[in-house]
Design a protein. Structure first.
Length: 293
């Protein structure tokens, strides 16, 4: 098994044919107007209408127009199908109608209609009091493992340590981790889920395979559980120091963070982002139907 970057044609085909079949499986908090924003990353920077503004590699689009007090006024996406059309053809369906910062019309710049290299949604939500997401990345696990294998000095760069530890040469060749690091990230993800359920008495959790690791969700919607900034820092300390789980604490603490949209494509590794129910999940099974392994 190896990994590779998806081609533009494969990305377009995935969002035209396979991604729509998953819309009914999206978690219930992901709707047309629930997340405060949807976001798209481009492989190649894409221009906006205003001529003196740099081309964009990443855009965030609000799901609602708001008034001066921040109250919702007009939805930018009426249905999840509108979000789908934005994902498929972001330049043709950019909701910034009338703004000089809208993406340029492909027909006017003699260029290709851009396709998404990655699709995200905002954890900050209009209808839920909070969403907690814990990020566990195979790259972090690989770096920690490399430093245990090769005692680096203060001048060592992370790539040098990975190279010396043989991780760059392990499958998938060229990536800053090995498959065993991805598998370990998944195992850690289910350990975090168990902590949420056992220590926090959580009723609703979810482990999401992201392509190069996992996101673990705590989704209890009780507004009495505020999970403010201080509470999130305590959670970070518990997972990092109490349980020794290599999470990214910035992600847990940042309410304005965006996360990969479930069932979107991680184009760097040709894998579908998706909820999983076992620490023994086979990442090969996340290959899109029409992709060659």
């Amino acid at each position: 098994m190896t990994w590779r970057t998806a081609t533009r044609e494969e990305i377009t085909t995935y969002y035209e044919e396979e991604f729509p079949t998953y819309l009914d499986d999206l978690p219930p908090f992901i709707t047309a107007g629930g997340p405060k924003e949807y976001a798209i990353a481009f492989r190649d920077p894409y221009p906006v209408r205003k001529s003196d503004v740099p081309d964009k590699e990443f855009i965030r689009r609000a799901t609602w127009q708001t008034d001066a007090s921040g109250e919702r006024t007009t939805p930018q996406f009426e249905t999840i199908d509108d979000v789908l059309e934005f994902v498929r053809h972001p330049a043709r369906n950019d909701p910034l109608t009338g703004s000089p910062y809208i993406l340029a019309d492909p027909s006017l710049i003699d260029g290709l209609d851009p396709s998404p290299d990655a699709v995200y949604y905002a954890l900050n939500h209009w209808d839920r009091p909070w969403i907690i997401l814990v990020d566990i990345d195979a790259k972090t696990i690989a770096q920690n493992r490399a430093e245990e294998l090769v005692a680096p000095d203060d001048e060592s760069q992370s790539d040098d340590v990975l190279e010396a530890a043989g991780i760059r040469d392990a499958d998938p060749v060229g990536y800053p981790y090995a498959f065993e690091d991805v598998d370990r990230a998944i195992e850690y993800g289910f350990a975090v889920r168990d902590i949420f359920e056992d220590d926090f008495d959580a009723d609703e959790t979810m482990v999401m395979y992201t392509g190069q690791g996992v996101h673990v969700y705590l989704l209890d919607g009780d507004p009495a559980h505020r999970y403010d900034e201080q509470s999130r820092e305590v959670l970070n300390d518990l997972l990092l120091d109490g349980y020794g789980i290599p999470i990214d604490p910035v992600v847990t603490a940042d309410r304005r963070r965006v996360a990969r949209l479930p069932y979107s494509l991680h184009a760097e590794v040709c894998r579908v982002v998706q909820p999983i129910d076992s620490p023994h999940f086979d990442v090969q099974s996340a290959t899109p139907e029409r992709f060659e392994s």
